[in-house]
Design a protein around this ligand. Structure first.
Ligand SMILES: CC(C)(COP(=O)(O)OP(=O)(O)OC[C@H]1O[C@@H](n2cnc3c(N)ncnc32)[C@H](O)[C@@H]1OP(=O)(O)O)[C@@H](O)C(=O)NCCC(=O)NCCS
Length: 157
């Protein structure tokens, strides 16, 4: 990796850039596994307003920056659910997702009262989560037309 990656906690000022990144990524990578109504629901959850609400209400968001440009984001719904893990398409497969995950995992491990780490993987991301140490934890599920695979981190902290 040539450019230095900075990972820091997000603030509400980051909400527009987070919204833009996850929306573009969902359209590109997740849409094909969803119905039209599932995609509409997913995108409606990804607005700037909703990201700001999550940050204000205590979700722990991290942003990964290269030269002040947002290249990825991770979010934790307390105590230990990995709510988002997204890397901008042009920056994927360079280890940024793993660095964001390590950051999120270390944060959860040092937080009080955390349980096993879970994620609801979009169907396209299951292999990547397996490479990060997650295992399938039950059958695929669907909520508002959004299909996902419940997974749990196998090396429970
Ligand atoms: C999933 C995602 C965050 C991974 O980010 P990334 O920066 O490309 O991941 P990394 O380069 O750190 O790779 C981490 C591991 O996953 C593997 N991996 C990443 N993308 C993969 C893919 N599409 N298929 C198979 N393996 C993949 C890598 O090989 C690596 O494993 P290794 O270190 O054992 O070789 C990224 O692909 C993404 O944003 N996808 C679209 C959004 C999405 O679906 N997010 C999940 C929502 S629940």
């Amino acid at each position: 990796m040539s450019l230095k990656l900075l990972i820091r906690s997000a603030t509400v000022e980051d909400a527009p850039a987070i919204s833009a990144l996850v929306t573009a990524s969902a359209r590109e990578h997740i849409a094909s596994s969803l119905s039209d109504s599932g995609l509409s629901h997913l995108l409606s959850e990804m607005t700037t307003e909703n990201q700001a609400k999550r940050i204000r209400s205590g979700y722990q968001f991290f942003v990964a920056l290269e030269s002040d440009t947002l290249v990825g984001t991770a979010a934790i719904r307390l105590p230990s659910h990995l709510y988002y893990l997204f890397v901008d398409t042009q920056h994927q497969r360079r280890g940024i997702g793993r660095q964001l995950w390590n950051h999120a995992r270390d944060w959860i491990a040092s937080s009080p009262n955390h349980g096993p780490i879970t994620v609801n993987s979009s169907l396209n991301a299951i292999t990547a989560y397996e490479r990060l140490g997650f295992a399938i934890a039950g059958p695929p599920e669907e909520n508002h037309g959004v299909r996902y695979q419940p997974m749990r981190w196998a090396n429970a902290t």
